[in-house]
Ligand binder design. Structure first.
Ligand code: TRP
Length: 448
């Protein structure tokens, strides 16, 4: 069985080197595993929660899409799409919202942090908090559960959200699964081996610290950023301490073991920081130079990117649309063509074959109808005192024992123990009646 890996990228920024080493590169490598099926998407609905600048949203979606493709994501293997191109996700969000406990969502870190901040500032606890922020984990659960992902690679801050997706999925399975696992319960994976890159100042590389190295800026921008990496004040010729140099940490994330060993030795031997920066530039240019060209070419042809993403959406929807149909069915959002079936006979599988429908008369008695695959009535039972008696008769009719069918004119009746238990409607003519008897026999033949 293949493992389904799924992850989303919120489209509010421009990818930097830290995103590349920490998320993009490992995800692309994982997508090449023949035992895996990957779903990677632009979480642009999530972006709207944090950002109300349409231009920024527009630009970020384009840049992130181009980045993943330029870095080598093969869209023939992976399913790559924009969340907002999959209307099933928002629909599923509502189904999940209706089972997600408010208390569960109250505990979400991101929401709690906003409340705490408001409290600390002495303002209303809910000041500035939208329902989008509050429901963020439900939308994320829909992303994950829609595709029955097994593994969800995320940063530490997102583990809680994946656990909430499990909780919500489990609840839904319990309520509507009829013993079946409608949703696969996902697991968060935090890649331990993956580099968390330091930024220019040595703190974690992050947009919020303004210490990032752009991934696909120009070579000039790359050089300028590297020039701003903070080092100690040791002069050329003085031994450097690689293990306390974040410049070395950055180098390590992109170098082979042999290159790392060599660079380490050079630093210890007194390589100047200027030369060390030049070496880092060369290394990064080697890793990213070609990808940058692909990136530029993609950014210049947004219509092609649009086509690629729409094809990805179609691929994703070929899974999401039928699955959502099943889920709607499970919660009772069913076509009126399917009559209400009492109790345990409500089997979806029977939808396209003949089926019994039982109902209660106004006087309190019970009857059933037998409908053929097209929904045409074949039989209407006599009235029974209770549902149990009606159920026993319909069960005996399906047991496979010989049927006592008695024809009268263009209709027929069905007998058990010398008592009439059901009658057919009048059919238009004798052949119509004979055909109905055939369908009746077929409908009452037990199948495996
Ligand atoms: N919330 C995630 C983040 O900020 C992005 C995301 C949205 C996501 N939906 C997802 C990640 C589903 C994994 C699975 O990083």
């Amino acid at each position: 069985m293949t493992t389904r890996i799924l992850t989303g990228i919120t489209t509010t920024g421009t990818p930097h080197l830290g995103n590349y080493a920490g998320a993009i590169r490992p995800a692309i490598i994982a997508s090449r595993d023949p035992g895996a099926e990957s779903f990677y998407f632009l979480a642009d609905y999530h972006a709207l929660i944090k950002c109300d600048d349409p231009l920024r949203i527009q630009r970020s979606r384009l840049e992130i899409a181009a980045t993943w493709l330029a870095c080598g994501l093969d869209v023939n293997r992976a399913t790559f799409y924009r969340q907002s191109d999959i209307p099933e996700i928002t629909e599923l969000t509502w189904l999940l919202t209706c089972v997600a406990g408010k208390g569960l969502l109250n505990r979400a870190h991101a929401y709690k942090a906003s409340v705490d901040k408001n409290l600390a500032e002495g303002v209303d606890p809910d000041a500035g908090i939208t329902m989008g922020l509050f429901s963020y984990p439900v939308l994320m659960a829909a992303d994950i559960l829609m595709f029955n992902a097994h593994k969800v690679p995320v940063g530490r801050d997102q583990i809680q959200h994946v656990e909430m997706a499990r909780d919500i999925g489990q609840r839904f399975n319990h309520l509507f699964g009829n013993g079946k696992e409608l949703f696969t319960l996902p697991e968060a994976v935090v890649e331990e081996g993956v580099a968390t890159l330091p930024g220019l100042d040595g703190r974690k590389m992050s947009k919020s610290y303004d210490n990032t190295i752009p991934l696909f800026g120009s070579a000039r921008q790359l050089k300028d950023a590297i020039a701003r990496i903070v080092t100690d004040s040791r002069l050329p010729g003085e031994a450097k301490d690689p293990d306390n140099s974040h410049l070395f940490t950055l180098y390590q994330a992109f170098a082979s073991a042999a290159q790392q060993a060599e660079f380490r030795a050079e630093l210890i031997a007194g390589l100047g920081w200027g030369d060390a920066k030049q070496a880092l530039f060369k290394l990064l240019e080697g890793e990213l130079g070609e990808a940058r060209e692909r990136y530029q070419a993609l950014i210049e042809r947004p219509a092609e990117l649009e086509d690629i993403l729409l094809a990805g959406a179609a691929k994703a929807r070929s899974i999401a649309t039928p699955f959502l149909g099943e889920l709607r069915e499970a919660v009772g959002l069913r076509s009126f063509r399917e009559r209400v079936v009492a109790g345990a006979t409500a089997q979806k599988k029977v939808a396209k074959s003949a089926r019994f429908v039982s109902f209660r008369e106004e006087d309190g008695s019970f009857r059933f109808r037998l409908l053929d695959a097209e929904g045409e009535q074949l039989l209407l039972s006599v009235a029974f005192a209770d549902g149990k008696a009606a159920g026993q008769v319909s069960k005996r009719l399906q047991s496979g024992s010989a049927l006592d069918i008695r024809q009268q004119g263009c209709g027929f009746s069905l007998w058990l123990d010398e008592a009439c238990v059901a009658t057919s409607p009048e059919f238009a003519d004798a052949p119509g009646c004979a055909a109905a008897i055939d369908r009746l026999r077929e409908a009452l033949t037990p199948r495996e």
